[in-house]
Design a protein around this ligand. Structure first.
Ligand code: GDD
Ligand code: MG
Length: 359
């Protein structure tokens, strides 16, 4: 089976991290998110995938020098200008010559193990032109909301409604099965949103179906969810996900070769290659990337340090992401969904609360 993987967005909600690396190239426990997506597709029989690229395409091409990953052969389609989700699917499927067969389409920032085989069987049994996987979320307002009838036929596709206007909490999981004819519904050469234009057209034609799943599912598009994606790998919620080479010191506490863990740990933790967590520091639900350093007296809770980041003595980092080679100065506070960009420095004693640096 062929797949179109959408990875061309700018990742605005994860800025400034996404100035240095496009969102799907950000690591989830030391492996780019896109690699984890390809591993999932491979497990369900996808053999060829086209990456639908726009923003920083070279980062993807460089990451897979062999032109494949996990047994999936890769093709690349770089848009001349952003075509939005629908335009991107049409452009990439045609560029890769995948427009003759039923195809899988996925948002490349979603981590899941939903059963693609079950979605394909459902799609065929309904005789659908397109099928959408659904997942249940607490607040549907950040997603495409998808009410269906008892047979799974989609009654409406409402992209990001106000919370009080959402008729259900079953939302678009960003995983679709398309017949080639769906591509003919997408106008050529302009921006087309699959969610706002193509799906409503298919609803009108009564050709769109949807299947719910309670498999693990997470869209990683915000700092909070990017953090959660990694903690979920460490705390055993995703047993199917492979960890990089490491030693499990105690339940949920992993140290890669050359990593030094001398601080106190609560909950789960991952200490990457050559990283060091000094004695007298405390970490809880934290990912300390390769060659990163946590000094004595520093406290980390529910956070990610990307490779080479440094947290100096007495600093506190909570529910935040510290970019590659960034420095959190002595006694500084970085809290509540803050994002420190690549190589940025938080001054000694400074406070970053729900903030971005640089802005
Ligand atoms: N090539 C290309 N070109 N890719 C794009 C473009 C574009 O112009 N715009 C967005 N993308 C890619 C993004 O890189 C991402 O992988 C995917 O399309 C979805 O874009 P997001 O920006 O992450 O959308 P979202 O998370 O707000 O909402 C979408 O995903 C939700 C589930 O995760 C929608 O599909 C919602 O309906 C859905 O519920
Ligand atoms: Mg998203």
């Amino acid at each position: 089976m062929n797949a179109v993987v959408l990875v061309g967005g700018e990742g605005t909600r994860l800025r400034p991290l996404t100035y240095a690396l496009p969102k799907p190239m950000l690591p989830v426990v030391e492996r780019p998110m896109i690699a984890r997506v390809l591993e999932w597709l491979s497990a369900y029989g996808v053999t060829t995938a086209v990456l639908s690229l726009g923003y920083q395409p070279d980062a993807f091409v460089d990451a897979f020098p062999d032109g494949g990953w996990a047994g999936v052969e890769l093709r690349y389609a770089v848009e001349p200008a952003p075509l939005d989700t629908g335009g991107a699917i049409r452009f990439a499927a045609r560029a890769a010559g995948m427009d003759g067969d039923t195809m899988v389409v996925v948002n490349g920032d979603v981590l899941t193990n939903l059963d693609l085989g079950a979605l394909v069987s459902f799609h065929r049994s309904c005789g659908a032109e397109a099928s959408v996987a659904l997942t249940a979320v607490e607040d549907p307002s950040a997603y495409g909301v998808v009410p269906t009838d008892a047979d799974g036929r989609v009654l409406a596709f409402i992209e990001k409604p106000a919370r009080e206007d959402a008729p259900t909490n079953h939302v678009n999981a960003g995983t679709y099965i398309f017949e080639p004819s769906v591509l003919d519904r997408i106008a050529d050469g302009r921006r087309v949103s699959v969610e706002r234009e193509v799906f409503p057209g298919l609803v009108e034609a009564k050709r769109l179906y949807a299947l719910g799943s309670d498999a693990y599912w997470l869209d990683t598009g915000t700092p909070e969810r990017y953090l959660r994606a990694q903690v979920d790998v460490l705390n055993g919620r995703r047993p199917e996900v492979e960890l990089p080479e490491c030693d499990e010191r105690s339940a949920g506490v992993f140290v890669a070769p050359g990593g030094i863990l001398e601080g106190d740990v609560t909950g789960c933790a991952f200490v990457g290659r050559g990283a060091s967590v000094d004695e007298g520091s405390g970490i809880e639900d934290a990912i300390v990337g390769a060659a990163a350093h946590v000094a004595a007296g520093a406290r980390l809770r529910h956070c990610v340090l990307l490779p080479g980041a440094i947290v100096r003595a007495g600093a506190v980092v909570e529910e935040s992401v510290v970019g590659p080679s960034a420095v959190v100065g002595a006694g500084a506070f970085v809290t509540r969904g803050s994002v420190v960009g690549a190589a940025a420095t938080v001054a000694d004693g400074a406070r970053l609360d729900s903030a971005r640096l640089p802005v």
